[in-house]
Design a binder for this molecule. Structure first.
Ligand SMILES: C[S@@+](CC[C@H](N)C(=O)[O-])C[C@H]1O[C@@H](n2cnc3c(N)ncnc32)[C@H](O)[C@@H]1O
Length: 335
């Protein structure tokens, strides 16, 4: 059956080189067959790939749309085991939502050829560093992987650091807002998926994380992505003080970011923006949290404007991960 897909169209002589560049960034939609005519090769690409991301990969062709045949090599998991298990893919690791058994792990690997390891969580995301532990269900015996997002690459050990690919759209939303004269502080940076792309746009970026393992991966990922004008800091965000008031602060520690709001309000420049994340119950999503933020702002002597409030994703049954974009419009005693 033919399917419409985004694609890159290149002259035949450039086909293999382009295919390799796209494959290195996991950007090819392998569910569809690459096709060609007399003059051109048409390579189907992943739906989320934007023109900007394509340019970052090094390909200066416009994204087009064409019909493609489905690849025979692509077998759906339902065809193998009769149901669709819940799992997410981080780099070449699939993480299943529950302990389905080895047959499910093998089916995931068969349907997703790039998956080399299937992990089952043995703990919830827990503790100050928001880390989760895993057991290998099948495949290679490791928890380290390399993940690509928005044209950047991140190494990580899932047993030692927090990471969620489900925040990719939210990260892009924030990254897109950054302009070139900003000092940005990421208070809870993890392995760098907000801070590293931001560093390519901002004047200077400071990425803080208290987890020594996250800090090591953060430094490694800064180097891997050749990021400049960025500094990794292994510190408690409550104690760290940037050299100047930041124009933007990212507070992506949803379970306890509220305990750091006084610090963020104290640090932020007038006119600056705070991206504040929280976990909220269904039926009471925004009112109480907006009230809490306003009262913390008042206590810190800040005048604020809540520019935007949105649900980022569902977090657990009847719970949502939300974000507020808060602009500080004035501070007591300052103009
Ligand atoms: C939910 S994760 C977010 C990571 C990253 N922003 C991302 O999108 O992947 C929160 C991070 O905050 C770090 N953290 C927790 N408490 C902290 C503190 N007091 N100061 C600095 N970092 C902290 C954790 O180690 C963890 O890496």
């Amino acid at each position: 059956m033919a399917m419409k897909s985004k694609c890159v169209k290149v002259p035949k002589g450039e086909g293999e080189k382009t295919r390799r560049m796209l494959a290195a960034s996991d950007a090819i939609d392998n569910r569809l067959k690459i096709r060609s005519d007399e003059s051109y090769v048409y390579i189907p690409i992943m739906p989320e790939l934007s023109q900007e991301m394509l340019t970052r990969i090094g390909i200066s062709r416009p994204i087009e749309e064409c019909d493609f045949e489905e690849s025979e090599r692509f077998k759906k998991i339902e065809d193998i085991i009769g149901f669709t298990p819940s799992f997410e893919i981080i780099g070449d690791i699939a993480v299943v939502a529950e302990d389905y058994g080895v047959d499910v792990g093998r089916a995931i690997m068969e349907a997703h050829k790039s998956v080399k390891v299937v992990l089952v969580p043995t703990t919830p995301v827990t503790g100050e560093f928001r880390v989760r532990h895993y057991r290998v269900l099948c495949g290679e015996s490791r928890t380290t992987t390399t993940y690509r997002e928005h044209g950047f690459v991140y190494e990580m050990d899932l047993n030692k650091v927090y990471f969620s690919p489900r925040l990719a759209t939210e990260r892009k939303r924030v990254i897109d807002q950054v302009s070139d004269m900003e000092l940005v502080l990421d208070m809870f940076a993890g392995v760098g998926p907000f801070a590293i792309p931001i560093s390519k746009k901002a004047l200077y970026t400071i990425a803080v994380d208290k987890n020594p393992d996250a800090f090591e991966y953060l430094k490694r990922n800064i180097a891997l992505n050749k990021a400049r004008r960025i500094e990794a800091v292994n510190a408690d965000a409550r104690e760290f003080r940037p050299p100047q008031p930041p124009d933007r602060i990212i507070m992506n520690l949803p379970h306890s970011a509220r305990e750091f709001l006084d610090i963020a309000f104290g640090l932020i420049n007038i006119g600056g923006i705070i991206h504040y994340y929280d976990i909220r119950p269904e039926g009471e999503i925004f009112d109480a949290v907006v009230g809490m933020v306003r009262s913390k702002a008042r206590e810190s002597g800040c005048l604020i404007e809540i520019m935007n409030k949105r649900i980022v994703r569902s977090y657990a049954p009847h719970e949502y991960n939300i974000v507020l974009d808060i602009r500080v419009t004035g501070k007591a005693g300052l103009k």
